[in-house]
Design a protein around this ligand. Sequence first.
Ligand code: KG4
Ligand code: ZN
Length: 357
Amino acid sequence: MLVLGIESSGDETALALVRDGALEAHVLASQADIHALFGGVVPELASREHLRYMGALFDELMRRQNLSPQDIDCIAVSRGPGLLGSLLVGTAFAKGLALGTGARLVGVNHLMAHLLACGIGQDLAFPAIGLLVSGGHTSLYFFRDEVSAEPLGRTIDDAAGEAFDKSGKLLGLSYPGGRLLDELARRGTADPALFPRPYLDSPSLDFSFSGLKTAAALAVRERLAGVSWPRPLERAEDAPQELCDLCASFNLAVAETLLAKTRRAFERRPGAEALLLAGGVAANSLVRSTFRRFMEERRGRLLVPAPELCTDNAAIVAYAGWIYASRGLGHGLAFETVPRGRPVPDDMAGPGRAGPC
Ligand code: KG4
Ligand code: ZN
């Protein structure tokens, strides 16, 4: 089965092909440079850029793979959560293509696409705890199997990626700051007492990362007064040691906070054997090594996508689409596009389901 994946929930326009569960090709046009001028994603601009790139990227993918649209068996598209205008570009394109070719259509929950991507190139294992750490979300789930995820907790304010990006801005890093902050942290020495481990006193499995921004602003004043560096900082080579040390402390605070809540999730779901770790922040080197050690201690499996498949791309959407389509699941043309902040309905039609949406 050949599945086309379409991603346009944020600032990346991307298309990918997955054949029988294996990634065959992917193309991506990033808008990061455009939004960097404004220090964050400008929704109206993002929608226009998706419109500009979507058709051209599709033609390029078909040409490069020597395929015609009729060869596609299933079209999987990110239906949300995300920026509504951006999502509509992808879902409208997917619906038109499905109507024209007769291919099966699957509206994919972008968050599930991130987590299921742990299965690209390796076998998924269940029952599992899922930890999604992206630019817009930080959530814990219990997965009985690949199509049933029970939410256990989520952020009550900023997501982990947002904490990286907003604090990165305070530290004078170019946008989005997460990746560079991670790179600087690897050159620094952490002070474990510099940043709080937020919201651990709450017994819930929810997170709160907004306080880290304030802590970062204070730390800049306390530790970096009189230290200068080029702003916005683009290259790790130009960073002073004091800045690298501060980044190392920040990285440690985020990794330890994520670990503490995930440990609790395993205590509450003792049957879970594996951890699915996904989303942009799962590309973070300390987050990866922290959870690798944790799962080794538990003698469980850590499943995490390759770093380049952690941030937004269409391979994860195509792969999730392949999982659903293999089970006979899919959508009619009427499925809804879901903006950030609203839950994505579990409304696929297929065997064991109530009927077409
Ligand atoms: O999953 P993603 O591409 O977008 C959403 O769906 O939200 O995640 C993007 C986020 C950004 O906040 C970015 O700064 C962060 O992931 N990120 C990182 C790293 N690479 C990307 N954060 C920390 N360390 C990294 N290495
Ligand atoms: Zn994402």
